[in-house]
Design a protein around this ligand. Structure first.
Ligand code: BV8
Ligand code: ZN
Length: 260
């Protein structure tokens, strides 16, 4: 069978000979699982924009409302499954000599798909912590509507372990991601609108340091003009095909080598 997408020889070549491949994902990778994206026609919750809820200001003003939003998203995530795009990225971890996965998502679907090392730039919705004493709550239970959960140890308010607008990214994750971007031979930017900084600066950092920059998205973004290749389509369809094309080519090269 021929692949359903005609990847350029240059792309397949670059991936087959890459020693370090970096994948950077956003909400689009989880769209085919049924997790709504943030920006775009269906990317809104009630009348709020993410920037109006994902902030300390919003939380201080109305912790219950912000918690209701996270509880709503958590409930969606609990019912969905990773899709073939996540699975392909888990496979890539074994396909390349070095592979680094960086995500802006907080939905934990990369791990559920089998990826072992995941740099989560914006935290993880499955974790929470007390703002007063720091006690971790791996699986917080929400009190009745209209209230935020409080710490059993000190009575402080519990918040989700995610990065809000105006907050610093977790330093270790950011440092590792920036280093990987600077070292990448091929950098794949997948399903992200590439507008939230500093995460959105990673593709340009990679390109400046010589990486072959590839974007996978259903529509163009601010990144598209500077990408070496734009693969237009759903990541759940494209990434498995890309994996297949690279694996097949690696297989051919290896069997040719062993015949010499
Ligand atoms: C910080 C976690 C330092 C929580 C999120 C003005 C100019 C420049 C910068 C700023 C500015 N004003 C403020 C800033 C800084 C700000 C920022 O960048 N704002 C932007 C919006 C202007 N950044 C910050 O505040 C960051 N911190 O700067 O710290 C600092 C410190 C102190 C004081 C000052 C500064 C922290 C940002 C972290 C925000 N947290 N989330 C939560 O989720 O609840 S952000 C939110 O957006 C998401 O969670 C996600 O992580 C992030 C990115 O979104 P995407 O993943 O790209 O999703 P999106 O919906 O946008 O796009 C989906 C894409 O998928 C689309 O392109 C679509 O076409 C595509 N797609 C759809 N289906 C598919 C598909 N592609 C492929 N296949 C498909 N099937
Ligand atoms: Zn506490």
């Amino acid at each position: 069978m021929t692949s359903g997408y005609d990847f350029s020889g240059k792309l397949v070549e670059a991936l087959v000979h890459a020693s370090h491949v970096v994948a950077f994902t956003g909400a689009g990778i989880s769209a085919e699982s049924g997790v709504p994206t943030f920006r775009g026609p269906e990317g809104i919750w009630r009348k709020f924009k993410p920037e109006e809820l994902a902030s300390m200001d919003a939380f201080m003003r109305n912790p219950a409302l912000v918690w209701e939003w996270y509880a709503h998203r958590k409930a969606i995530i609990a019912t969905v499954q990773p899709n073939p795009g996540h699975a392909a990225l888990a496979r890539m971890e074994k396909l390349f000599p070095r592979f680094t996965l960086i995500t802006q998502n907080i939905d934990n679907l990369h791990r559920r798909a089998g990826s072992i090392v995941v740099h989560e730039l914006h935290g993880n919705i499955e974790r929470s912590y007390c703002m007063k004493c720091g006690k971790l709550y791996p699986n917080v239970t929400l009190p009745e509507q209209g209230r935020a959960p409080v710490c059993t140890a000190c009575g402080g308010v519990i918040r989700p372990d995610v990065v809000w607008f105006g907050e610093m990214l977790p330093e270790e994750e950011w440092e590792a991601s920036a280093a990987a971007a600077g070292d990448a031979d091929v950098f794949l930017s997948i399903g992200t609108s590439a507008v939230v900084y500093p995460a959105a600066s990673l593709p340009a950092m990679a390109k400046r340091r010589g990486a072959y920059l590839v974007e996978v998205n259903t529509e163009p973004t601010p990144l598209t003009a500077s990408a070496d290749e734009f693969l237009c389509g759903p990541s759940g369809a494209l990434l498995p095909l890309l994996c297949e094309a690279v694996a097949a080519r690696k297989h051919i090269e290896e069997s040719t080598k062993s015949h010499h």
